[in-house]
Design a protein around this ligand. Sequence first.
Ligand SMILES: Nc1ncnc2c1ncn2[C@@H]1O[C@H](COP(=O)(O)OP(=O)(O)OP(=O)(O)O)[C@@H](O)[C@H]1O
Ligand SMILES: [Mg+2]
Length: 465
Amino acid sequence: MKKRLLWNLLFVIAVGTVVFFWLIDLISKHTEESMSFIDVSYREELREYAREAERILYEEGEDALEIWVKEVEEREDTWIAIAQSSITTLSNTSLSQSYTDNFWLGRSLEWKIHLYFAENPTMDIFFEDGVNHFLIQLPQRMRPGSNLLIIDLILQIGIPFLLLCLITFVLYRHMMKPLKKLEKATRQFSKGQLDVRASDGFSHRDDELTKLASTFDHMAGRISRLITDQRQLLADLSHELRTPLTRLNIAVDCVEQNLDSDKALERLRYESSNMQGLIDDALTLVWFNTESPKLDLEDLEITSLLQVIVEDAQYEFSQHKVRLIQLESEFFIKSAQQALTAALENIIRNALFHTPIGKTVTVELKQKIDNITIEVRDQGYGVPEKYLEKIFKPFFRIKQENQDTERSVSSKKSGYGLGLALAKRQVIALGGSIYAENLSHEQGAGLMVCIQLPYCASLTQRRNE
Ligand SMILES: Nc1ncnc2c1ncn2[C@@H]1O[C@H](COP(=O)(O)OP(=O)(O)OP(=O)(O)O)[C@@H](O)[C@H]1O
Ligand SMILES: [Mg+2]
């Protein structure tokens, strides 16, 4: 799901907060409701007062009742009255029976008490005679909801505060845990631990932070590959330079001692130009590796370019045959001439170098549905299957005697093992791909190196013109 973290946060914060405050409101109302009634024991006490008043009135008379009332009023710090209710209507009007039946001078003990009224309500208890009312202003000690303020504070400030703190803490942990892992991985990586990856600890989640971790891993993978390749390249390069440098030193010694100076000078020239070539190739390779450059593409007529390359190769390897199988008409592609020529020259030179004298190297241009293909087929001994991919790695060469790898021996005839590595990067920079495969006996044995180049739709038109 896209933006999972956002949806999670939205759910927890928006939905959670609304539900939470709705619950708090519900609980507050319920608590307030349950606190709005006079306690049962107090109700009984008040009824007892009423019964006592009725008894005194009928058994001891009004004077005794007055004394008792005064005493209770003092004790409870309130007022008490014994009253009769009779309503006189005017102008020949009359009250409904149900109204007179339910007429109260004060409030029933069972009724709800308004907690926010400043004055205590007057309670009304009927005497047994059904005529007199025992009226008493509710004593303060019996008033319900005395701890309403505290409960309100707890429900509306205390609990929301604690719960929001908890939610903030949980959200913080939810966000910070992966960020901390990422921060740790970044720190380790910056200290040189190139194999460290961040997304290992993210398997249980799938959100924006997981994406961040996998982007980090992608970056770490690329940087560590670059660094490893660079280190390897540097090690190989210094190794490769050792032999020509030794030969250079020997030649310099010869010149100093006037021993066969001409030959030594010739050797000096040869070795230095060799080293120059090696360093140029290595630097170009480093440039391709680090920059991943996008080459400027131009309209290139491929058939005449192949013609020139093949003629040059035939001239250089006059004892071999170089055959070109072309398309019938001109064919334009979008490409960079310099890079494509360099790659093709490398591959064709390899093919000729590994093909016995008198045999043929074939270069064939094919037009496919979605690309154009250039195949270079030779009649040499091919490459062991296990090395078909490795020959595109820098400084990788195959020993001819036992067909084993060799990274150190450089002779006058064999190169440094940079040609195919460069060709691969050049073809990739042109938007194409390259691979090698061994040919069957029927196909003439040997190796085939195949370049596939993208085919630009706009150029089809020019071809047909
Ligand atoms: N056509 C081929 N037939 C057999 N082996 C080949 C062929 N082309 C390349 N190889 C093997 O692949 C290795 C790598 O080739 P690559 O062109 O990269 O290096 P190189 O030719 O040895 O040196 P460089 O091209 O740098 O002068 C070669 O050393 C060779 O062993
Ligand atoms: Mg080569």
